[in-house]
Design a protein around this ligand. Structure first.
Ligand code: NDP
Ligand code: 8X3
Length: 250
């Protein structure tokens, strides 16, 4: 029987590429994101391969998150795999200059949003004693870099939550793992720099960065292992990157 995967942040970057590869590999897909035009476009594209359902909500909106996930049509109501991917950085400033709105956004989306979505999905996995949760962290979950302060804190929280989930869900046979990418050329930096496309594109200049498809391919690999195999923690960087701040550029 086909498995169903719910992907948050499926309208762009890593989430979109993951939806594309999973759809071509015989999974049913639940696409989540705020931008309904993009959801509709991707749903049409992926419907050529599999059954697709879209859910539009802001992960910061607790009520909407629970309502949307709890009202999935029957054909999509059993979620086998949850990919908590929605998230972004907002700003890159020394902490003393940080914008409190940016801090709220990162904590609310990257941490609290991930918790809300998980809270909505975990009960059914616990009841079935099966399921797989993958949380997208970052190299920023493993180290702190200059001006990364609150973004790094939010991703360190994702790492801690992932480890906590693996421990607490262990009695129920649920697989839990974290995937931690280094720099991936997506819309991430455009969001971080609030639409400054030149500054954003400079982030990926002079080296061969990871692409969203590289991470999607790894997510598919992780999900498709035999059920007794849980890839618990994975850090992935481009060959040119050695740490958050060490990148070999031409
Ligand atoms: P993108 O900006 O391309 O995609 C972010 C996705 O998150 C979009 O689909 C967006 O959808 C969704 N999203 C953002 N805010 C919300 C919200 N409030 N409610 C619901 N959905 C939301 O970035 P990436 O693909 O690069 O990022 C995906 C994940 O990977 C993030 O968690 C990021 O932190 C992480 N990551 C990224 C790296 C990189 O270098 N790119 C490296 C390491 C980790 P919409 O706007 O439609 O709601
Ligand atoms: C994204 C990685 O180093 O660009 O999580 O912030 S970084």
């Amino acid at each position: 029987m086909k498995k169903t995967v719910l992907i948050t942040g499926a309208t762009s970057g890593i989430g979109k590429a993951t939806a594309q590869i999973m759809a071509k590999n015989n999974y049913k897909i639940i696409l989540c994101g705020r931008r309904t035009d993009r959801l509709a476009e991707l749903e049409t594209e992926l419907s050529a391969f599999t059954e697709v359902h879209s859910l539009s909500f802001d992960v910061r909106d607790k009520k909407a998150t629970f309502e949307r996930i709890n009202s999935l049509p029957e054909a999509f109501s059993v979620i086998d795999v949850l990919i908590n991917n929605a998230g972004n950085a907002h700003g890159l400033d020394p902490i003393q200059n940080g914008d409190v709105e940016d801090w709220d956004a990162m904590i609310d989306i990257n941490v609290k949003g991930l918790l809300y979505v998980s809270k909505a999905v975990m009960p059914q996995m616990i009841e079935r004693k099966s399921g797989h949760i993958i949380n997208i962290g970052s190299t920023a979950a493993k180290e702190v870099y200059p001006n990364g302060n609150v973004y790094c804190a939010s991703k360190h929280a994702v790492d801690a939550i992932t480890n906590g989930m693996r421990i607490d869900l262990n009695p129920y046979g649920i697989r839990v793992g974290g995937i931690h990418p280094g720099m991936v050329a997506t819309e991430f930096s455009e969001v971080r720099f609030k639409g400054d496309t030149e500054r954003a594109s400079n982030v990926y200049k002079g080296f061969d960065p990871l692409q969203a498809e590289d991470i999607a391919d790894i997510i598919h690999f992780v999900v498709s292992r035999p059920y007794h195999v849980n890839i618990a923690d994975l850090v992935v960087m481009s060959t040119a990157q050695a740490s958050s701040t060490i990148v070999k550029r031409s």
